[in-house]
Design a protein around this ligand. Structure first.
Ligand code: NDP
Ligand code: 2IT
Length: 443
């Protein structure tokens, strides 16, 4: 049995109740074998065995009081996965489904993603099984303050710098950072995604979506075409989905769908993004309300966007939203490109199906790295107490995403799997972390 198969089998056995973590490891570990074959020193020093075990996992109680005066108790998580190349960096997710398996899969992905950015950030992830939906601002604030009252002792500008993810946006980061400062007395920028008024970076709000489109631009170039006139389906209608749509529209694409966990909107003439922003960013409403403003659009409850014919499909909601069935529909309809905005949205079988049918596929650890990249630029600005213009940050983001595309496509070609951007991203991300681990001593 190969080294990578052994490590994978052992890690799955050891974490037997963590299906999402298994899935993330199963997508990554086997693709590293050609690189390890060339570098036996990594097998000798057990780099992979170390990589699949988080450096530290923190689980904690988060009690808070709701608007009825009743005590609620949630569970908080922070998994500090790997700090070989820099302080732990990765988002916080607030969603009722959050559990250790989900946080570990996200933290594991984050190691490779952060490495691909070329910046000095290690991998981590956290969150809570708290559902911000339907909660008052005061309840969200009470929850965030209690969450940080435990978390603050485990984070720091040179140690661990959390940010947003599902259910955690500018409002939550504001409450979190405010409480962090009250507890520590420090204005050291320990969280990213902060408001511009108190140390945030321009372009952080847009970064994941814009970055995704900058990478897809390069994929389209490789097919000798562009966004102009391309029908694009997007799932989700949160931060990533909205700014993915915005940049795609700027480049001439026609975005025809957006969704939330209740259903999706299909607007054949093209989605009106101002309406989506008003419903989602201002009113915190549901995507079905889009029809109140655009009666010509259609709403499908419980459906998924993948049945809508398109050239480009961009999953931007959550994990495992694109199954083999959805991939089959995309292939049948002649889709050219699938690029992940969300983390692990495409099931393994669906990835294999897309690749086997010549649909160019970009994995999230490469294509959604723009968010964390601009988070690292926010850290750099905080450290220097100096701020860059929108255009400055946007240009840096573009350069980073184009460099990621070059790195993953060249790495795939170099290891005999030309066009397989999954393997390219895994190997390129792993290479830097493995080198850093080896150079800093074994154990
Ligand atoms: P938001 O909370 O802003 O939006 C999430 C969107 O996904 C909403 O439309 C939500 O619908 C939908 N969604 C969430 N959970 C589910 C579910 N279980 N089933 C169906 N739909 C669901 O989060 P983001 O836009 O920030 O994150 C979206 C994805 O992008 C996540 O996978 C995240 O990990 C990833 N990502 C985010 C980055 C960032 O900078 N924010 C960076 C890189 C990746 P509803 O409102 O109904 O729940
Ligand atoms: O999945 C991700 O990369 C994020 N949620 C962003 C992490 C960050 O630290 O900005």
């Amino acid at each position: 049995m190969s080294y990578t198969s052994q490590v994978l089998e052992q890690a799955i056995r050891k974490n037997s109740h963590e299906p999402e973590f298994h899935q993330a490891m199963t997508e990554v570990v086997p693709t590293l074998q050609p690189f390890i074959d060339e570098h036996p020193e990594y097998e000798k020093t057990g780099v992979l065995e170390r990589l699949v075990e988080p450096e530290r996992q923190i689980l904690f109680r988060v009690p808070w009081i709701d608007d009825n005066g009743e005590v609620q108790v949630n569970r908080g998580f922070r998994v500090q996965f790997n700090s070989a190349i820099g302080p732990y960096k990765g988002g916080l997710r607030f969603h009722p489904s959050v559990c250790l398996s989900i946080i570990k899969f996200l933290g594991f992905e984050q190691i490779f993603k952060n490495s691909l950015t070329g910046l000095s950030i290690g991998g981590g992830k956290g969150g809570a099984d708290f559902d911000p939906k339907g909660k008052s601002d005061r309840e969200v604030m009470a929850f965030c303050q209690s969450f940080v009252t435990e978390l603050y002792r485990h984070v720091g500008a040179d140690m661990d710098v959390p940010a947003g993810d599902i259910g955690v946006g500018a409002r939550e980061i504001g409450y979190i950072y405010g409480q962090y400062r009250r507890l520590t007395g420090l204005s050291d920028g320990t969280f990213s995604g902060k408001g511009i008024a108190y140390g945030g970076s321009l372009v952080r709000t847009e970064a994941t979506g814009y970055g995704l489109i900058y990478l897809v631009e390069k994929m389209l170039e490789s097919l000798k075409t562009s966004f102009e006139g391309k029908t694009t389906v997007i799932s989700g209608s949160g931060n990533v989905a909205i700014y993915t749509a915005e940049k795609a529209l700027q480049l001439g694409a026609k975005v025809v769908t957006m969704s939330d966990s209740d259903g999706y909107v299909y607007h054949p003439e093209g989605i009106n993004l101002d309406t989506v922003k008003m419903i989602k960013e201002k009113q915190r409403g549901r995507i079905r309300e889009y029809l109140e403003h655009h009666p010509a659009a259609q709403y499908y409850e419980n459906g998924l966007v993948w049945s809508v014919p398109c050239h480009i499909a961009l999953p931007c909601a959550t994990q495992n939203e694109l199954t083999a069935e959805g991939a089959g529909q995309l292939i049948k309809n002649g889709c050219l490109i699938v690029a992940e905005g969300s983390n692990m949205p495409t099931e393994l079988e669906a990835i294999q199906l897309l690749q086997a049918n010549n649909v160019l596929f970009a994995p999230g650890k490469a294509s959604n790295a723009g968010g964390v990249a601009v988070s690292a630029l926010e850290m750099a600005q905080n450290r220097s107490r100096w701020y860059w213009s929108f255009d400055d940050v946007d240009k840096k983001l573009q350069r980073i995403m184009h460099a990621i595309y070059a790195s993953i496509s060249e790495t795939a070609a170099r290891y005999g799997v030309k066009g397989n951007l999954v393997a390219g991203a895994n190997i390129a991300g792993f290479k830097r972390v493995a080198e850093a681990m080896l150079q800093q001593g074994a154990v």
